[in-house]
Design a protein around this ligand. Structure first.
Ligand code: SOE
Length: 379
């Protein structure tokens, strides 16, 4: 029997537009789902570029105004892949039109804006989710299972880094396509909203809520040419951010993120130390989870490098034969699969807007703390 389609209208065609489109195309080939994503329409302001994107990925039609996309009766789900400063406006209109919404991270520019988005989707009762994709790297999902099974015991420490090096050159401009992440008006913040947002989402999911934070930020290059105005303008995003925190479960957190760690391209790592065991993960080796279990016999006790490619591992039974790896892009495939299962089963996949709003509140507390140079409670 033909499956019910899930008609996707995507807004934006950058890096994330590609990652999501790839996921919609692959998911039904690997997962048996109640609905099949259909690439119905791609939307962006530049008609020629959006047409080229649509042709490349197989979208049936294009639009140049997201309002027009939202009005369309043949679109079920709006996927927001635009810079952060347009997430709220598009999401509020999509919710009012009764569309399902998938939104890129971070949910919003700040907490108050995020709350409006949460209220809008809850009022409209539309399925919604935020693309914090790393939860669905199989090794990270296994980490969640191990924590939930109590294998680590009481947690003492949570440590995470997200290190990059792509903005070190002072000649790099800010603003416009590809470089909006450096423009505070489009991004809201720098590494805090872009990279630490991932670390915080994973941390809240694995280790529960954060009580308070003490942060420092730095902007190493103070001025850059702005691509939209052509003028040299102040850089108002954070290039680097580090923070300490207390989790509600009593454990201590230590987080660092920067775009100035020469040699690191996307080094997302986390480590959790518990009373009984520890785990660590590294995005550059994403199919491994390192596991140390204190109850192992002492002669053979040590860090086990688990290769997360077996049929028993999360999601892996859907892919290749044991031992063969999948990649970064597969985490997005898993997220679409879970979203569709959530709709079909009536149990929304996480993180939904309300869940992602918690990350937003931690981000706000971090930026406030760095500004006033004091500990800040997370609201
Ligand atoms: C920034 O370079 C970036 O692309 C982030 O925006 C993504 O969210 C992260 O997953 C990889 O790095």
């Amino acid at each position: 029997m033909a499956k019910q389609p899930l008609n996707i209208g995507i807004v934006g065609y950058g890096f994330m537009g590609r990652a999501h489109s790839n996921a919609y195309k692959q998911v039904s080939q690997f997962f048996d789902l109640a609905r099949t994503p259909v690439l119905k329409a791609a939307c962006a302001r530049d008609a020629a570029k959006v047409k080229a994107f649509a042709d490349n990925w197989g979208y049936e039609t294009t639009e140049t105004d997201w309002r027009r996309l939202i009005e369309r009766k043949d679109i079920d789900c709006i996927d927001i892949c635009t810079p952060n400063n347009s997430h709220a406006e598009i999401a509020l209109a999509a919710a009012a039109a009764g569309k399902m919404i998938l939104c890129e991270k971070p949910l919003a520019m700040n907490g108050p804006e995020g709350l409006k988005m949460v209220e809008a989707v809850e009022k409209a009762k539309v399925p919604n989710m935020v693309w914090y994709n790393y939860r669905r790297v199989p090794a990270c999902t296994l980490a969640k299972q191990l924590v939930e099974e109590g294998r680590l015991g009481k947690i003492f420490h949570y440590r995470a880094n997200f290190l990059q090096d792509w903005t070190i050159s002072a000649d790099l401009p800010q603003g416009g396509a590809g470089l909006w992440r450096l423009d505070v008006a489009a991004a809201g913040s720098g590494v805090t909203g872009d990279l630490l947002a991932h670390c915080i989402d994973t941390a809240l999911w694995l280790n529960g809520g954060i009580k308070d934070v003490c942060a420092m930020t730095e902007t190493f290059i103070k001025e850059r040419k702005h691509n939209l105005t052509g003028k040299v303008e102040k850089v108002a995003i954070d290039d680097a951010c580090a923070f300490l925190c207390h989790f509600k479960n009593g454990s201590l957190g230590l987080f660092e993120s920067t775009r100035y760690a020469r040699g690191h391209k996307a080094l997302y790592t986390f480590e959790i130390n518990g009373e009984k065991a520890s785990i660590k993960w590294d995005l550059h080796d994403l199919h491994r989870l390192e596991y140390f279990d204190h109850k192992d016999e002492s002669r053979i006790r040590g860090w086990h490098k688990l290769h997360i490619t077996d049929g028993d591992h999360p999601y892996m039974g859907k892919w290749w034969v044991p031992g063969l790896q999948i990649g970064y892009e597969s985490s997005f495939v898993h997220q679409v699969a879970d979203f569709i299962d959530g709709i079909a089963g009536g149990k929304p996949a996480q993180p939904d807007f309300r869940n992602a709003y918690e990350t937003q509140l931690v981000l706000d507390a971090i930026l406030d703390s760095a500004k006033v140079r004091q500990w800040q409670e997370v609201k």
